[in-house]
Write a protein of this length. Structure first.
Length: 592
C-alpha cells in the first residue's frame, strides 16, 4: 500500500547490477570506491565520480571532477537538474532516474524502451483518456483537403490575409524540413516548425520500430523540462492505426469543475495527433498538447499540423534511407578492415586499437563530430594497403631484411591507390598515405616534414606508434604503457607533431587510453581476451557464464563462457550490431 511519501531512486539499466535500484535520500555518491552509496567497480569510473543530491530546486546530478565525465544521454554535464526518466551514464553504466510514491510508481511504463543510443529525454508515458475530454477525428487526407478548400461564401479581407499567412508559413516550414538529411536534426526542425505555427507546450514524434512494430518515442520537445509528457494511448492509436487526424477539447467548462478551479491543477489538456504517412505506409505519429489552456487548439491548427505531417513523413523516410546508406558504407569499410586483420594475424586487433587511440586524441583536439566520423573510418582503413603485401613479408614473425622492409614501405601508397577512384573513400586517403611520415622529414613515402604532413597523417602516426609499442608481437612482448608514452614524448618535435603528442598525454592522464591497450587488463584475476580484436577486458566480479557485453575496442558483442575452469569470450553475431561508432565509443556498456 502506498505511504504517500515521495521516493526517488536510480534504476540501473546496464552492467552487473542491472535491474537493481538505489534510493536517493538527501544525497547519493557514485564512484569506484566502496565508501560510495553506489559503487561502480570499473576503471572508467573515478573513485568519487558524481553525486545526486536533493535540493529545494529539484534533484540534481553533479560531476565531482571525474576523468571520463558524467553524461545525460550523449551530453556531458557538470551539473544537471534531473527530470523523470532521465538516464544518467557514468562510465559503462546507465541508470534511470525515477520518482515514486511509496512502493508504487507515480507514472505507468512508457509504450516502449527507447532503442540503444537514443536520447533518454525522449521517454514519455501513456495514460487512459480523460472522460472529461471530447475527441474529434477525421481521416487525415480529408483534413488536408480542407486546408486548401476555397470558401463557398464571401470572406473578409482579414480571413484572406490569415489564409495567405498560413499558406506562406507552411511553404516556408516545408522548405526547412525538406533540406535536412540528418534524422536527429530533422526531428528537431519538424517540431520547431510546428511550435512556431500552433500554441503547443509539448510535442512528441513517435516512429514505428521496424523489428517490433511498436511505437518508439524518437524526439520530445517540452515547454517545461521538469514536466513529464503524458500522452493519451487512445488518440495515438487512432492516429497510427486508422490514419486519422485527432483533436481533443478538454471540457474545461463542464459543470463538474467549480468556477474558480485551477485548470492547471486539474491537468486540463488539449491535444492533437496526426499520422506520418509515406506512400500508404504509416511511419509513426506527431503528437502535440497544451497544459492549462481551455480548448487551445482549433480545427485550423489541426489542418496546419496535417499539412506539415505529409512532407515531414517524406523527409523522415528519406533521412532513414540516408542512414541505411551510411551504415552500408560503414559496413563496407569494416569488411575491408577485417580483410587486413585476416591477412596479418600477428597484429590482430591493431586496426581497432589504432582507430580508438586516434578518436580519443582527435576529441582532445576538439575535432567536430563530422571530422570524428571521418577519423574513425580513416583509422579503420589506414593499413588497407597491406592487402597487397606478400604473405612472406607480411606474416614474417621476426625482423625484416632491408629488401623486405622496402616492400613493406609501399603499403601507404598502395592503400591510397586502392581508394583514389572511389569518391566516398577519397577523404580517407590522407590517413593511409601519410601515417608513416615523420615530423622531422625522415619518414616515408615522401619524406614530408612539419605541417606539410596533413594533420590526418600526423595524428595516425602517433596512434599507430602507440599500439605498435604496447601490443604483443611473436618476437617480443608489448612495452609497458608508461615507458611507451615517455618514448613518444621524447619524440615530440622530432618524430611526432608536438600538438598531437600533447593531446595524447592529456588523454593518457585522464584515463582515456588505458581501456584500449591490448594487455592492460590481462593482469586482472578475472579478464578475457576479445575473440575478435584480442584486447583484454576486465570482467566485473558479479559477471557469470552467459553474461553478454561488448568489447570496449572493437565493440563486438561477446558472451562469457567457461571451460575447464577457464573463462573465455564467445562472439555474439547480430545482424543489427554496429561494430564501431565514433558517437558511442565512450558509452559502450562494457568498455573498460
Amino acid at each position: 500500500m502506498s505511504t504517500g511519501i515521495k521516493r526517488e531512486c536510480l534504476v540501473l539499466m546496464t552492467g552487473p547490477l542491472q535491474g537493481t535500484e538505489r534510493d536517493i535520500v538527501g544525497s547519493l555518491t557514485i564512484g569506484r570506491s566502496p565508501d560510495n552509496g553506489l559503487q561502480l567497480n570499473d576503471l572508467q569510473v573515478s573513485r568519487r565520480h558524481a553525486v545526486i543530491q536533493q535540493t529545494p530546486a529539484g534533484t540534481i546530478v553533479r560531476d565531482l571532477g571525474s576523468g571520463n565525465g558524467t553524461y545525460i544521454g550523449d551530453r556531458r554535464v557538470l551539473e544537471y537538474r534531473l527530470a523523470e526518466g532521465d538516464v544518467v551514464r557514468i562510465g559503462p553504466v546507465e541508470m534511470r532516474y525515477e520518482s515514486r510514491v511509496g512502493d508504487a510508481m507515480t507514472t505507468p511504463r512508457p509504450v516502449a524502451v527507447p532503442p540503444p543510443g537514443a536520447d533518454p529525454r525522449n521517454s514519455v508515458r501513456f495514460h487512459a483518456e480523460d472522460s472529461a475530454s471530447k475527441i474529434e477525428a477525421n481521416a487525415a487526407d480529408n483534413v488536408y483537403k480542407t486546408f486548401f478548400q476555397v470558401p463557398r461564401d464571401a470572406v473578409s479581407a482579414d480571413r484572406l490575409r490569415d489564409a495567405q499567412k498560413r499558406l506562406a508559413a507552411v511553404y516556408e516550414a516545408n522548405q526547412i524540413i525538406s533540406s535536412e538529411r540528418d534524422l536527429r536534426k530533422l526531428f528537431e526542425r519538424v517540431m520547431d516548425q510546428i511550435f512556431s505555427l500552433v500554441p503547443a507546450h509539448n510535442g512528441v514524434i513517435l516512429l514505428k520500430d521496424e523489428h517490433t512494430g511498436e511505437l518508439i518515442s524518437e524526439y520530445v520537445k517540452r515547454g517545461d523540462q521538469q514536466t513529464e509528457v503524458a500522452m493519451s494511448s487512445s488518440i495515438v492509436s487512432r492516429a497510427f492505426d486508422k490514419g486519422e487526424a485527432v483533436i481533443t477539447y478538454n471540457a474545461a467548462s463542464d459543470a463538474r469543475f467549480e468556477a474558480g478551479a485551477s485548470i492547471i491543477a486539474q491537468n486540463i489538456t488539449s491535444a492533437m495527433c496526426t499520422p506520418l504517412t509515406h506512400q500508404n505506409e504509416t511511419l509513426g505519429v506527431i503528437y502535440v498538447d497544451t497544459r492549462g489552456t481551455r480548448n487551445a487548439f482549433a480545427q485550423s491548427d489541426l489542418e496546419l499540423v496535417v499539412a506539415l505531417s505529409g512532407p515531414a513523413a517524406i523527409a523522415i523516410r528519406n533521412a532513414q534511407y540516408v542512414a541505411k546508406l551510411q551504415k552500408a558504407y560503414q559496413d563496407t569499410l569494416i569488411a575491408l578492415a577485417n580483410a587486413i586483420e585476416l591477412r596479418d594475424h600477428y597484429t590482430v586487433g591493431h586496426t581497432w586499437r589504432v582507430t580508438n587511440f586516434a578518436l580519443e586524441i582527435a576529441r582532445a583536439l576538439d575535432w567536430p563530430e563530422e571530422k570524428l566520423r571521418e577519423c574513425e573510418m580513416g583509422g579503420v582503413l589506414h593499413d588497407v594497403g597491406k592487402i597487397s603485401i606478400d604473405d612472406a613479408v607480411l606474416r614474417k614473425p621476426g625482423g625484416l631484411t632491408e629488401e623486405e622492409f622496402a616492400k613493406m614501405r609501399v603499403h601507404p601508397e598502395r592503400g591510397a591507390r586502392m581508394m583514389q577512384d572511389i569518391e566516398f573513400l577519397v577523404p580517407l586517403i590522407p590517413y593511409a598515405l601519410y601515417h608513416h611520415e615523420r615530423y622531422d622529414g625522415k619518414g616515408y613515402p615522401f619524406g614530408l616534414s612539419g605541417v606539410d604532413i596533413p594533420i590526418e597523417g600526423r595524428l595516425l602516426a602517433v596512434a599507430d606508434t602507440l599500439d605498435a609499442m604496447t601490443s604483443n608481437r611473436p618476437y617480443r612482448k608489448g612495452l609497458d604503457p608508461e615507458f611507451a608514452i615517455s618514448e613518444i614524448e621524447k619524440g615530440k618535435g622530432s618524430q611526432f607533431d608536438p600538438t598531437i603528442v600533447d593531446a595524447l598525454l592529456k588523454c593518457y592522464r585522464e584515463g582515456k587510453i588505458d581501456r584500449i591497450l591490448q594487455d592492460y587488463h590481462k593482469k586482472d584475476e578475472k579478464s578475457i581476451a576479445c575473440p575478435f580484436c584480442s584486447t583484454y577486458m576486465r570482467l566485473p566480479e558479479e559477471a557469470k557464464v552467459g553474461y553478454e557485453f561488448h568489447c570496449g575496442v572493437c565493440h563486438r558483442g561477446i558472451r562469457l563462457q567457461q571451460e575447464n575452469e577457464a573463462y573465455f569470450g564467445e562472439m555474439v553475431l547480430r545482424s543489427d550490431s554496429t561494430p564501431l561508432s565514433a558517437s558511442n565509443a565512450d558509452s559502450d556498456p562494457a568498455a573498460v
